[in-house]
Design a protein around this ligand. Structure first.
Ligand code: VAH
Length: 319
């Protein structure tokens, strides 16, 4: 196989920044082209090529794939759950057409691989709340969940029908310190760290006991790359893999932070995002990912909290 050339679309988003940096660390800066509608993220500057690109402009995207000799595409651009509820038709259009543009081009240009993230948001209120399995009743009630579940079937279709090697993971809520999340229902779990450090208090838009599946970004990035590097013969799921690391509530993460910032206080003012969170499972069964490609998380709530605070406010953490 010739030298791989990766295009990361949505490279300036919460996942995109860290995924681009890790792909460049593994494969070399010049082998990973970062693309986004937005201005290049400061953390990416000087680490490899950057192109301004609108994934909804299929012709322009096709030109870039050919011009840059792209062999793999990671498509991370999407409108997340909370924002999508405010713009249903725009969210559906962006989340679906971007994927169809990429899958069509991958088929035409015979790309070696495509990555596209799904989410535990595909599950709805009729799915099991605890240890929600890979295959079960799946009836999404959010635009984001509907678009991600539909996208999973498009991935499976392009694999079965056109042999496009597209792979996908249903991410839990992701927590990171390098780049801001954008418009998600789980974003409270990132905001709370910044509020704890800066104001010593936080107003949570979810109730104290709202349990959700969550994951620290380093685990999510490693899972993505392990899935993409797995031998194709090991991949038995061509919709999207469940993966899990931990589940916690706003109350629990507050207590974890208070171990380092004792005076930190959280108050609770649920908003429209509470109904979105209540429609999702509280925990995920990822036995299939463990079996197929040896998935294993490394960060739990305590380890994540320590790492987040160590990176956001080093003097908080003793030796
Ligand atoms: C969101 N962070 O909140 C995303 C994620 C499981 C949630 O997909 O929309």
């Amino acid at each position: 196989m010739g030298k791989e050339k990766i295009l990361v679309i949505g490279a300036c988003g919460q996942i995109g920044v860290e995924l681009t940096l890790e792909l460049r660390r593994l494969y070399g800066g010049s082998s990973v082209v970062a693309a986004d509608l937005r201005e290049e993220n400061n953390l990416l500057k000087g680490t490899g090529p950057y192109v301004s690109l609108d994934v909804m402009n299929k012709e322009m995207l096709h030109v870039q794939v050919i011009r840059q000799n792209i062999t793999q595409i990671y498509l991370l651009a999407a409108m997340l759950s909370a924002t999508a509820e405010k713009n249903p038709s725009l969210a559906w259009h962006l989340n679906m057409q971007s994927l169809l543009n990429v899958l069509d081009i991958a088929k035409e240009e015979k790309l070696t691989k495509v990555y596209w993230p799904s989410s535990i948001a595909v599950f709805g209120p009729t799915s099991p709340k605890q240890n929600c399995p890979q295959q079960t009743i799946i009836e999404p009630v959010t635009v984001y969940g509907i678009s991600k579940y539909a996208g999973e079937f498009w991935c499976n279709y392009f694999f079965q029908r056109f042999h496009v090697d597209v792979r996908s993971i249903r991410y839990p809520g992701l927590i990171s310190y390098k780049s801001e999340p954008g418009g998600g229902t789980t974003d409270y779990a990132v905001e709370i760290f910044h509020a704890a450090i800066e104001q010593k208090k936080y107003i949570s838009f979810l109730k104290a006991d709202t349990y959700l599946p969550m994951m620290y970004m380093p685990d999510a990035i490693r899972a993505t790359i392990e899935l993409m590097e797995a031998d194709a013969s090991k991949i038995t799921v061509r919709t999207s893999y469940n993966i899990a690391a931990m589940s916690f509530s706003p109350k629990e993460i507050t207590n974890a932070i208070r171990q380092y910032i004792p005076e930190f206080e959280t108050s609770y003012l649920p908003d429209y995002r509470q109904a979105i969170a209540d429609s999702w499972p509280q925990s995920i069964d990822d036995i299939v990912a463990k079996k197929d490609w040896n998935w294993k998380p490394e960060f739990d709530l305590q380890k994540m909290t320590r790492d987040m605070l160590m990176n956001l406010q080093p003097n908080l953490i003793g030796s």
